[in-house]
Design a binder for this molecule. Structure first.
Ligand SMILES: Nc1ncnc2c1ncn2[C@@H]1O[C@H](COP(=O)(O)OP(=O)(O)OP(=O)(O)O)[C@@H](O)[C@H]1O
Ligand SMILES: [Mg+2]
Length: 222
């Protein structure tokens, strides 16, 4: 297997003043390049926590995450930020679009922040694939939820990340739009050889993935 991401005995404990929550209790996973993984499990089972740790947005209490063989904990915060911008894409339930920028500017933001220029041909392909060509000059407030979601997906793809992390990316959309959006995301990931790791509550969505990871009480049970 051509491994891109691997975890070794990940544990995560959240500690507040009085209580300790063991959100992850020893997670060993290996993700292959270019495949589509879904992560399912009940509310509070640890799915989002796992995604945050896999993507280096949060650190595990114990264990390690290796990206292409390198331990993520060896990066400084600054290096990690650059690393994420360059290699990882994110689609979360809140689209996190910037209100003061139009669609095109939002989509190009991660690439620009990385001091790169968007490849015009690739940009065209992404806009076309996601049906956003005629929406480029619009602002987030002028878009429907499904359109905003597609902008967030376009943004995550344009920087050509090696991995896309998505946490319930279609959770706020109606069934038809959710399915269309999802198909676009999968199609784009396939086209550009990206690994897709997606948290979902929807078993129908999970069935579209190549590998289903089931989490219960912070453990992988299937
Ligand atoms: N910042 C935090 N501080 C303390 N406890 C937290 C924090 N974030 C999550 N938890 C706890 O960790 C556990 C796992 O939470 P997590 O958000 O990973 O669940 P989830 O599977 O994503 O749930 P959902 O499907 O509802 O999004 C829960 O018991 C939650 O209450
Ligand atoms: Mg969650």
């Amino acid at each position: 297997m051509d491994t891109i991401l691997k975890t070794e005995n990940i544990r995560k404990t959240y500690e507040s003043s009085s209580v300790k929550v063991n959100a992850l209790n020893g997670i060993d996973l290996e993700f292959a390049k270019g495949r589509f993984y879904s992560v399912i499990g009940r509310s509070g089972s640890g799915k989002s926590t796992l995604l945050y740790i896999l993507s280096g947005l949060d650190q595990p209490t114990e264990g390690k995450v290796c990206f292409e063989g390198k331990d993520l904990s060896e990066y400084s915060d600054g290096e990690m930020a650059i690393f994420r911008r360059r290699h990882m894409g994110f689609v979360f339930q809140q689209y996190n679009l910037m209100e003061e920028y139009n669609v095109l500017e939002n989509i190009c933001m991660p690439v620009k922040l990385d001091q790169r220029k968007p490849d015009p041909e690739f940009l065209h392909t992404v806009l076309e694939t996601l049906g956003l060509e005629d929406k480029q000059k619009k602002y987030a407030s002028e878009l429907s939820g499904g359109e905003q979601q597609r902008v967030a997906i376009a943004r995550s793809i344009l920087s050509k990340p090696k991995i896309i992390f998505a946490d319930e990316p279609t959770g706020n959309l109606d069934k038809k739009t959710a399915l269309e959006t999802l198909e676009l995301l999968i199609e784009s990931a396939k086209k550009f050889g990206q690994t897709l790791i997606m948290v979902t509550h929807d078993l129908e969505v999970a069935r579209m993935s190549e590998v289903v990871i089931t989490i219960e009480d912070g453990r992988v049970i299937g």
